[in-house]
Design a protein around this ligand. Structure first.
Ligand code: 6CS
Ligand code: FE
Length: 311
């Protein structure tokens, strides 16, 4: 349903006037309380995140820690019931698993990772509150065919289609494989999180069944993209498996087709503030499934520290 007093109007009718990008009013680092001072990020890192809208941690975990996730993915690809569920996106040609959503509810390894003190500590500092998982998935972007994603702001989708009220979320992407310039690495536009870009094109029913394969709706127009990229440039951080990217929910990002023989697989999990729970969608007729935008399991995450020897 369309809310008239929407602070972040998007999915505008083709006939409606274009709404120019405007400066965000939400803080980037939510620091009006003690959370800012109790966490692993120092003032330099906090101001980099504030300026760029992301932080890159090359080699954050050692590579051995990634192995269990691959084993789990292989087991899942043998599980017929699992393969039949909506939260598994399979490769249309090979039948291989491309994405499994809500992995934090299926895998104990994954759940513990989202509650690793080194990550959870940073996220609470950035969001200035207790947090829960809004969405998680494992992506297995195969070599030679891993499709890309056009430029977009995740917040634009989560606000329009999941009813996320404000900009108070952080996405974590943990690289299960090396991220190099050839296998479709994540590209980001530094500073783009400071603007909200209203998008033209109304949300069709069940849009998520298409948008998760290729997002064509809720994407900025070329004038706005050119302005952002000319202002902030484009960065595509590289690094070994175990590297970690934290990026603000509204930072523009994209990824190219993977034309290399090497896969680009990652774990993707989104933290939302417990003070920013989902409401009704702001620009869609119906809610998306819970595995895309959590509405049930929103209890504050508790810390869990395992594999300290592998840290
Ligand atoms: O619709 C979503 O929630 C997903 N779509 C994209 C392109 N990025 C964020 C998220 O995984
Ligand atoms: Fe995205």
């Amino acid at each position: 349903m369309k809310q008239s007093n929407d602070a972040f109007p998007s999915r505008l009718k083709e006939s409606e006037d274009r709404v120019e990008p405007f400066i965000r009013t939400d803080p980037v680092v939510h620091s009006g309380n003690e959370y800012r001072w109790h966490g692993p990020l120092d003032e330099v890192a906090l101001s980099k995140y504030e300026r760029d809208g992301f932080l890159w941690f090359k080699g954050f975990f050692n590579q051995e820690r990634m192995a269990p996730f691959f084993d789990e993915l292989r087991e899942m690809s043998q599980d017929k019931e699992m393969l039949a569920s909506d939260q598994v996106i399979q490769d249309p040609n090979t039948g291989d698993i491309r994405s499994v959503f809500a992995m934090h509810e299926l895998s104990d390894h994954f759940s513990r990772l989202t509650r690793d003190p080194r990550i959870l500590g940073m996220v609470r500092q950035l969001l200035g509150s207790e947090v829960y998982i809004h969405q998680s998935r494992i992506n297995d972007k195969l070599g030679f065919e891993g499709s890309g994603f056009y430029w977009h702001s995740d917040f634009e989708t989560w606000h329009s289609e999941d009813g996320m009220p404000r900009m108070r979320s952080v996405s974590a992407s943990l690289m299960l494989t090396d991220n190099n310039e050839f296998n479709g690495p994540l590209m980001l536009i530094p500073g783009s999180h400071h603007y909200f870009i209203p998008c033209v094109g109304e949300t069709p029913d069940l849009n998520w069944q298409e948008s998760l394969k290729a997002q064509r709706l809720g994407v900025p127009d070329q004038k706005a993209l050119a302005m952002m990229a000319n202002r902030g440039g484009i960065q595509a951080p590289k690094g070994p498996a175990g590297s970690l990217m934290l990026f603000e929910g509204n930072t523009l990002h994209a990824s190219n087709l993977n034309m290399s023989p090497w896969p680009r697989s990652n774990l993707f999990f989104v933290y939302n503030s417990v003070d920013n729970l989902l409401k009704e969608p702001y620009a869609a007729k119906s809610e998306r499934p819970d595995f895309l935008g959590a509405r049930k399991n929103t209890a504050p995450l508790t810390m869990h520290d395992d594999f300290p020897e592998l840290a």
